[in-house]
Ligand binder design. Structure first.
Ligand code: LLP
Length: 426
């Protein structure tokens, strides 16, 4: 039996015989075996999402560097690295995870506004492919650190194209008022300076205009501006071997309609060719669009708490597991794992954490009873990687499904795990 809503579920997540499943596995059976809250990911969904980018870029020199901040669990990294991805990192911690997942160091690029000297040293020692530098001050520190160790650091300068990505202000990064990138008007001088630094080797240019972008036009605008800069930089005598257009492509959380990656990139590459830059190596840094819709978080309904003004459905997942609603008022669809017949009631779905901000969904029509399982959809990106231990809640178990096969890619964190680095007073 298929339910009416099954057609609108993300790829590889479907109802079969009245039960929600990921690929060939039933979520109810997985929850019974592994407990809740439980993250379950479809590897096929990630690889399909990656395929869209790979098809658009086929035949060109390119590197898709998965922005691992979206979900940095080792099993997820391995899945994407084995499928051909490099990795975009933003910290020394992510560098160690990237290496542990087996990526070739030259396929790592290092983004972020605040790299420390220690992080730079380690990244130089392992031989990463590129540092995406975000300020003149950072450029000079990297130059000095590289000279100390007798190396030339491969650099790309992140430019701020000053385009409106038309997304949530917290995740829009390409406007003048943000902390990211080097202002348009300072770019050529910064490249000329970089070219004179003995510890640096200029290899590229990069930009990233924001996240959860659902329109094509901001990308087209950004590309035009970046190419104008490439032209100006090269006229000033500095060659640009690769162009990195960042990440940012949105996913469908709730009737969002982002362009498919293949369509977007076919269009963008057409522009690149038309402007005469089709020979450059292309780098991309997608995060959410590779993993976001590949994951669900399964949670158990603990209590029904009907009220005069609001009905609350108290579930065992919380803002520490799924921080996006509390942080950005983000919408995640919530569906029953085994739909019940009967009229739905309108509920606010909330967690056990002691904060009014601890909600997962508001005003959701659901027919449920205590003990039922719900699935929070589109939970593959920026959920586990932003999870915390608030209220001394252990982070959830994560499972990766590949057809029939299930791998525990992260065990549930215990109270002892959480206290491991603490000491009692003498
Ligand atoms: N490259 C850079 C330099 C970035 O800052 C980001 C994300 C990405 C790539 C990947 O962007 P994506 O393709 O995932 O949109 N926590 C927020 C999203 C923050 C994004 C930060 N930067 C959320 O949950 O919506």
């Amino acid at each position: 039996m298929k339910t009416a809503s099954s057609h609108s579920l993300p790829p590889h997540i479907h109802y079969l015989d009245g039960q929600l499943g990921v690929e060939q596995r039933s979520l109810e059976a997985l929850a019974r075996e592994h407990g809740t809250p439980l993250f379950v990911y479809s590897q096929a969904a990630m690889l399909d999402a990656l395929g869209g980018y790979q098809r658009a870029l086929a035949g060109r020199e390119h590197l898709i560097c998965y922005a691992m901040k979206a979900n940095s669990t080792l099993g997820i990294l391995q899945s994407l690295v084995r499928a051909g991805c490099g990795l975009d990192i933003v910290s020394g911690g992510e560098l160690e995870r990237a290496l542990a997942a087996g990526v070739t160091p030259e396929r790592i690029i290092f983004s972020g506004v605040g790299k420390t000297r220690a992080e730079m040293r380690r990244a130089l020692a392992v031989g990463i492919g590129c540092f995406n530098v975000e300020s003149r001050a950072e450029l000079d520190v990297l130059d000095a650190v590289a000279q100390e160790v007798g190396q030339r650091a491969p650099v790309s300068i992140r430019v701020n194209p000053n385009v409106d990505a038309k997304t949530h202000p917290y995740i829009s990064t390409g406007l003048k008022g943000n902390k990211f990138g080097i202002a348009h008007e300072d770019v050529v001088a910064t490249y000329q300076h970089a070219a004179t630094c003995r510890g640096l080797r200029v290899v590229g240019i990069d930009c990233h205009i924001g996240s959860q972008i659902t329109q094509t036009e901001p990308y087209l605008d950004a590309m035009d501006r970046v190419l104008d800069l490439v032209q100006a930089i090269e006229t000033s005598g500095v060659a640009i071997a690769h162009i990195d257009f960042g990440g940012g492509l949105g996913i469908d959380y709730n009737a969002d309609a982002p362009p498919p990656a293949q369509q977007l990139w076919t269009q963008l590459l057409h522009k690149l060719d038309a402007r005469g830059f089709g020979d450059r190596k292309i780098l991309l840094e997608p995060g959410r669009s590779l993993v976001g819709n590949a994951g669900v978080c399964v949670t158990e309904v603990l209590y029904l708490k009907p009220g005069e003004q609001k009905n609350f459905l108290i579930v065992d997942a919380a803002m520490n597991d799924l921080p996006r609603p509390a942080m950005y008022e983000a919408f995640h669809r919530i569906v029953p794992v085994a739909p019940r017949p009967g009229a739905p009631t309108t509920w606010d779905v909330v967690g056990p954490v002691c904060e009014s901000g601890d909600w997962l969904g508001r005003d959701r029509a659901l027919a449920v009873q205590a003990g039922d399982l719900l699935a929070v959809l589109s939970a593959g990106a920026y959920c586990m990687s932003m999870a915390s231990n608030y209220n001394t809640r252990g982070r959830a178990t994560e499972l990766l499904v590949q057809g029939e096969q299930v791998t525990v890619i992260r065990q549930r964190e215990t109270a002892a795990d959480q206290m491991r680095l603490e000491s009692l007073l003498p």
